[in-house]
Ligand binder design. Structure first.
Ligand code: DGL
Length: 237
């Protein structure tokens, strides 16, 4: 099964899926040297994402997971129209957060915050209490400083607001969840756990079992060494 994110963000979801599917093989595609994706317009984003999808398609995968909220929000429809294998995306966990009551804040990249897909999600499930805020530099900072994150720098990139819950609307933000929680002092919702459950439930059986009782995880494209190193911290083998 193929996974794709602009950089290290999708590794969080990959780690959840490898735990749920211990006999499945995964190939993680990333484009670290061309990120951030969240500041691109929709055509630029599709162009970059599609370049990776051409490589994914060459593997003839059972399915592909877009472990990136930005690519899902802006390009999932176009990618699904072009490729015939199942493509599963990630979505911010607005539904459970809004249901918990009070004011809900979704943190996302600028491209996700401006997307039609997030406004539809908020109209449908936001309960009239959900706002989205763009964090233009946050994913890029996390990507470049993953081994040395400065809490004060992260805090400066968070919008001033007093929410009752915060939704992490970018897979990179999972790495700074504790800082976000401390800053807003409220409940944090992260879509990766629900998405990992959904992936496990909707995927054809052949994706979850490679045929052998072992697991292979490969890294393809971008900064493979860094992706492997970060993944090994999330999922020590
Ligand atoms: N990890 C990606 C997301 O979930 C985006 C990071 C980027 O801006 O490249 O939205």
């Amino acid at each position: 099964m193929a996974f794709f994110d602009s950089g290290i963000g999708g590794l969080n979801l990959l780690a959840q899926c490898t735990r749920r599917m211990p006999y499945a093989n995964f190939t993680y595609f990333a484009d670290n040297f061309n990120m951030p994706y969240g500041t691109l317009d929709s055509d630029e984003l599709f162009y970059k994402a599609d370049k990776i999808f051409v490589k994914i398609a060459a593997l003839d995968p059972h399915a592909a997971v877009i472990a990136c909220n930005t690519v899902t929000a802006v390009c999932a429809k176009r990618l699904r129209a072009k490729y015939s294998f199942p493509i599963i995306g990630v979505e911010p966990a607005v539904k459970p957060a809004a249901r918990s009551g009070g004011k809900c804040l979704v943190l996302a990249t600028p491209a996700t915050a401006l997307s039609r897909s997030i406004s539809t999600l908020l109209e449908r499930y936001g309960n009239g209490v959900t706002q989205v805020a763009a964090c233009p530099n946050l994913a890029d900072y996390i990507e470049r400083n993953i081994f040395n994150i400065d809490e004060n720098k992260i805090i400066k990139m968070l919008p001033e607001y007093s929410p009752d819950s915060v939704v992490l609307g970018c897979t990179h933000y999972t790495y700074v969840k504790d800082i976000v929680k401390k800053f807003y002092n409220c409940k944090i919702y992260d879509g990766i756990y629900g998405t990992a459950d959904r992936i496990f439930n909707v995927l054809p059986q052949k994706c979850a079992h490679s045929g052998s009782f072992s697991q292979e995880i490969n890294f393809c494209g971008g900064d493979e060494g860094k992706n492997r190193a970060v993944f090994s911290l999330l999922f020590p083998i």
